[in-house]
Design a protein around this ligand. Sequence first.
Ligand code: HEM
Length: 314
Amino acid sequence: MPENSVDPKHLEQLQKLQNKYDVMGQDLSSYLDGLLYSDYLTYWDYIHLDTLLSLQSPKTSFPDEKVFIMYHQITELYFRLTLLEIEQIAFHENLDEKFFIERIDRIIRYFRHLVSSFEIMVHGMEKAQFLKFRMALLPASGFQSAQYRLIEISSTDMINLVAPHEREPMQEYSDLGLQLEKLYWRSGATELASGKKTLTLRQFEEKYLKIFLETGMKYRDRNIRKLYLKHFRDSPEVITRLREYDTLSNVLWPLAHLKSAGHYLQRDPDDIKATGGTNWQKYLPPRFQRVMFFPELWSEQEKAEWGKAAFEKN
Ligand code: HEM
């Protein structure tokens, strides 16, 4: 190609750009000037690195508090990824098995990572530091993770998130607001002595309850369980994956988390009080919560032993 002549490929691209900008009544030449003057993109600007690294504001000067904050933030980012996948499944225009499986596989990978990385919490902080800096965080608790609740609400029907003793008498198709009243985590977060709602719960409800109800309505007919029942009920490949997702999110992650609580808060003769004020030994174990996103995928025996075998191994 002679020097100074324009590559025909670039001319073709220019023509396409011209068409694109014409449609919107925009002047291509001005946009090309903008391109000429703008800086090259850098990695640090693209991922907002400075902002990301400025988001840790400890309440004390114990260095391990930063480990605690950052691991929570990492978890929230994985929760965010999970919610993005669920949204793509739920609102896909032509949902087929391939797409459904690919996205559930992504969610499984996120949760596998969350379960295995929890050892960062169990072994990665000095207990003496933790027991001090946690007092500066009262009454905040991971219990107030809204994304965790949104994953639950968009994965299954609200009835499966109702407290176990209230689930049976309540109908699957009863009022969503009524089911929301009885969610397992709302009845779990009460003060032992008075039976009153903990402050942690009251604050959480005030900020998020409306969003949880809206999300429940949004996903009422298109949560992961509903879509499975509607389209993929007979697919062994889908069933295997949903069983793994249920196990990871409702048994293995809660157990990895419980191990952390046990490591830092278990003490003879009295256990240390949780920052969120729950009776955590009775509240956190999956064998008491009995949350299953896809109850029809488990035999009566598997349901009866929910969280038990894995608990004994831990
Ligand atoms: C040393 C580490 C941790 C300890 C000791 C701990 C302790 C607790 C305790 C005692 C509760 C019960 C609620 C309360 O009374 O506060 C709880 C709930 C919870 N925590 Fe943690 N936690 C730890 C790390 C994490 C991390 C890294 C996350 C990630 C976001 C997290 C998320 C949650 C969630 C979602 C709940 C509610 C669980 C449910 O309702 O079933 N926690 N935590």
